[in-house]
Design a protein around this ligand. Sequence first.
Ligand SMILES: *Cc1c(COP(=O)(O)O)cnc(C)c1O
Length: 370
Amino acid sequence: MDLDERYGSFLDLKAQYESIQDEVLRAVSATLASTQFVLGKEVAAFEEEFAAYSGGKFGIGVNSGTSALHLALLAAGVKPGDEVITVSCTFVATVAAIDYAGARPVFVDVDPRTHNLDPAQVEAAITERTKVIMPVHLHGQPADLDPLLEIARRHRLLVIEDAAQAHAAEYKGRRVGSIGDLGCFSFYPGKNLGAYGEGGMVVTNNEEFAHTLRMLRDWGQERKYHHVLKGFNYRMEGVQGAILRVKLRHLDGWTEARRRHAALYNERLAEVDVQKPVEMPYAKHVYHVYAIRTPKRDLLQESLQAQGIQTGIHYPIPVHLQKAYADFGYGAGDLPVTEQAANEFLSLPMFAELTDSQIEAVCAAVRKAL
Ligand SMILES: *Cc1c(COP(=O)(O)O)cnc(C)c1O
């Protein structure tokens, strides 16, 4: 692709790779030479560095964010028949992981400003079977964790943060992922900290959970061929650990770039009649996604496409209305805020390497379309 073709890109991973290529190739080459292809020194070092970065004591590297969520639920003691309170306004993996654990997702609607789990509606959803509250830090903005933790403590529930979109995001000055009992990250390539393949991590301050998680990701082994738990092959690859260590050193710069881009979008769209992302007073938003809302979403998306600007929708169908999850018994009208947001969300191009002139071009195209 030449520059022109990439100009209106929704996400350009190539620009970032080009900026760190030498460092990455050195790290990959050393890891291959070490033959530590699965787990190994690089993964162990990355676990320590990323857990510390996220304010946690322990990091357990796995092969995806979905695996991180699945194992966090198992470590939390979630069993078939249990209930997990979460949102439908999320990527499907949040709910898939609950299903893998044999539990039932109980959906609570979201706050219309943040699109995160509305703490005011959680208590009414708690039953005798509830074990976990699982907020999602959607689009990179932390959910309002304090009231959720307070409710969880009062009802003896655990809080698992789905922080897959929120590396480096802060809640009241603390990085997310270590504020709840367990925090789950994804390193899918398009995430704010992305591997060059799949990856994920559970972060926790609880040593017992960390011990269980290390076993679960590696066939439930306490030591080689001694399987004390029914485990999984969910280990992180050595090369991904090495690449993620290199990329972690750049994350602060990339995060600040995303925040600058969001500020410029907000400024240039100030007079345009669309709902812009709201950064809550308790939050440092890391803009994994910069999503506006408008009832004219489909028209706007078509017009931008015609003007050479790619956009995304995160997400067009809420999980509770997906065919695959019909068995959970939810239907249209059950979660009105979530359902309306899904019809109105439009994600504009957002990645660290985006230039001011690209943002100006996107905003000009939005103004023209509306
Ligand atoms: C990406 C994502 C996941 C899953 O992560 P994978 O690494 O793709 O398995 C889970 N939850 C949310 C909110 C995500 O955005």
